[in-house]
Design a protein around this ligand. Structure first.
Ligand code: AMP
Length: 560
């Protein structure tokens, strides 16, 4: 007997069949863009004085691909990138895809503990790195991770602490640790002749990107994505925003996340829109200046970014009349904020997107043509070629309107977690990616995100997994055990709070623990509040009772 869940009033929906899933590789799409949009703006980064056309972007990408090939890197090798947004990031993304290298996207907020884990997990062979940004000294961190890799000259590095890492390529120069300057790679000759852009065979289903995420459990894993995964998402998001070659998309979201590299860079590559970067990392003032100066028609952001732009002192004096569209995603987008964006920022066609890294990232999006309620109070309907369902704890479809776990299936679902088949099998069952998010579906197939099953904190659009921070805190010599949870915070939505139990006879102050975290883990994961306790409240089933701890903290007042 065939079951038709929709006919039975069950939560199951399938997206449209058009536009078609893009064929081919990212390299082939770059060729197409260079041929179709030649001299039009492709990439603008005003603080770097960069304004490249599609033809120039292809030329530089090919030069870098030749440089990578000249280092002996070949299809399947992992190349890490650790940098805030910049033109070199985009070149590295495209040149690695061109050669079939696997780009390993590293959050530039990472500190040594996290950076070492990422490089080891993915077996990174070469890393492209910024020298420093804000308080992070990347070259210094790499030197700390590779204490034995001394010496001069361009010979590959070797340090048993990171045995796969052989090349450090520094953006803007070559210091003693890096030894290879990014720009010198652009001058490399040979290796890849015209008409032979990448060693064949490259195919659309091959892995080209690893992004770190924790999925429904706390340990960071490498979501592995293919050309097809990423191009499908980009093409459908571009269609969802009605984006074309006359558009100019302002991208303040980070490139290390799918939001920047797929919904930014590849959306532009597939639609011909210009990518405009307002700065190396988000700054509301830079966004306002850049949208006005570059006459941007599109703007992306997580809710915290849009709120910061709306509340910026220069907001009223800035001409935003060129704006029309964009994507708000990453965390729940409050309806009132969406209305302000439509009314006060001229974002008449703004869309909400929902998804996760493991689905490249979007699986739902609102349509600019939908009614205001749909556009402000739901995360939309399934994107083309994607199928969604909402299930109960036994894996059965729940009736329409009933909350359950949201799962999705389609061409954006990742190949798997890098070298972690068990974790992959737990997350993807029969092709369905399990989100760990609680959702409802209505009769029109509209999805509302109503909660989370997974233990996760979203602080200003950055996901933080309590289990990861707990494991890290437990490495402090005085800490026996830690419980980490989110507490409400007006500025960031949520903020990190930790309760720690100390070892017998050990003495430690909350402030000491917070200070110890700084520099070891990313700033956004450092608990804003720590409480040292003798015992944790427990549930009757013997689990640590985080709700009880949260109640204690919330009654004590909000964090800033
Ligand atoms: P990431 O893997 O970093 O893309 O984070 C994915 C998670 O962010 C999802 O599983 C959701 O919990 C959350 N998320 C993303 N977009 C939205 C949205 N529009 N509304 C609510 N939550 C969202």
């Amino acid at each position: 007997m065939t079951i038709n869940p929709q006919a039975e009033g069950l939560s199951h929906a399938i997206g449209a069949g058009a536009p078609p899933v893009p064929e081919g590789t990212i390299g082939a799409w770059l060729d197409r863009a260079a041929e179709r949009f030649g001299t039009r703006d492709a990439l603008v980064a005003p603080w770097q004085d960069v304004r490249w056309s599609w033809a120039e972007l292809r030329e530089r990408t090919d030069a870098l691909a030749r440089g990578f090939a000249g280092l002996g890197l070949s299809t399947g090798d992992r190349v890490g990138i650790c940098s805030p947004n910049c033109a070199e990031w985009v070149l590295t993304q495209l040149a690695t895809a061109r050669l079939g290298l696997v780009l390993v996207s590293i959050n530039p907020a990472y500190r040594t503990h996290e950076l070492g884990h990422a490089l080891r997990l993915a077996g990174v062979r070469a890393i492209v790195t910024a020298t420093r940004f804000k308080t992070s000294d990347y070259v210094g961190m790499l030197a700390e991770l590779m204490p034995a890799a001394g010496g001069d000259g361009p010979a590959p590095l070797f340090d048993p602490a990171l045995p796969d890492l052989r090349h450090v390529i520094e953006i803007g120069g070559a210091t003693a640790t890096a030894r290879i300057g990014f720009d010198s790679l652009l001058l490399a000759e040979g290796a890849m002749a015209e008409g032979h852009r990448g060693p064949p065979p490259l195919h659309a289903d091959q892995a080209i990107n690893i992004q770190f995420t924790s999925g429904t459990t706390g340990a960071p894993k490498g979501a592995t994505l293919s050309h097809r995964n990423l191009l499908h998402n980009a093409a459908s998001a571009a269609a969802g925003m009605r984006l074309g070659p006359d558009d100019r998309l302002c991208i303040p979201v980070p490139l290390y996340h799918c939001f920047g590299m797929v919904l930014g860079v590849l959306v532009c590559l597939t639609s011909g829109a210009a990518m405009v970067f307002p700065g190396p990392s988000f700054d509301a003032g830079d966004v306002l200046k850049t949208v006005e100066a570059e006459r941007c028609t599109g703007l992306h952001g997580v809710p915290t970014m849009f709120l910061a732009v709306l509340d910026h002192p220069d907001f009223g004096a800035t001409d935003l009349s060129s704006l029309r569209t964009g994507i708000a995603a990453g965390a729940l987008c409050p309806a009132a904020m969406m209305r302000r964006m439509i009314d006060d920022m001229n974002l008449t066609d703004i869309t909400i997107g929902y998804g996760m890294t493991e689905t490249s990232p979007l699986s739902t999006q609102t349509s600019p043509d939908a009614d205001l309620e749909t556009r402000t109070e739901t995360v939309g309907t399934m994107i083309p070629h994607f199928e969604g369902r909402v299930i109960d704890g036994d894996g059965n479809f729940v009736p329409l309107g009933t909350p359950g776990e949201y799962c999705s299936r389609g061409p954006g679902v990742m190949l798997g977690y890098w070298n972690q088949p068990e974790a992959t099998a737990a997350a993807i069952r029969d092709g369905w990616m399990h989100s760990g998010d609680l959702a409802t579906m209505d009769e029109a197939g509209r999805i509302r995100i109503v909660g989370r099953i997974k233990d996760m904190i979203i602080r200003g659009g950055e996901n933080i997994y309590p289990a990861e921070v707990e494991a890290f805190l437990a490495t402090h010599p005085a800490v026996a055990d830690a419980a980490v949870f989110g507490i409400p915070c007006e500025r960031f939505g949520e903020q990190v709070c930790a309760w720690v139990r100390v070892r017998q006879a050990a003495e430690v102050e909350a402030e000491e623990i917070m200070a110890w975290c700084k520099g070891r883990i990313s700033h956004h994961k450092v608990p804003a509040r720590v409480r040292v306790v003798e015992a944790f409240p427990m549930t009757v089933t013997g689990k640590v009772h985080k709700f009880a701890m949260r109640d204690v903290e919330v009654e004590g007042g909000e964090t800033g």
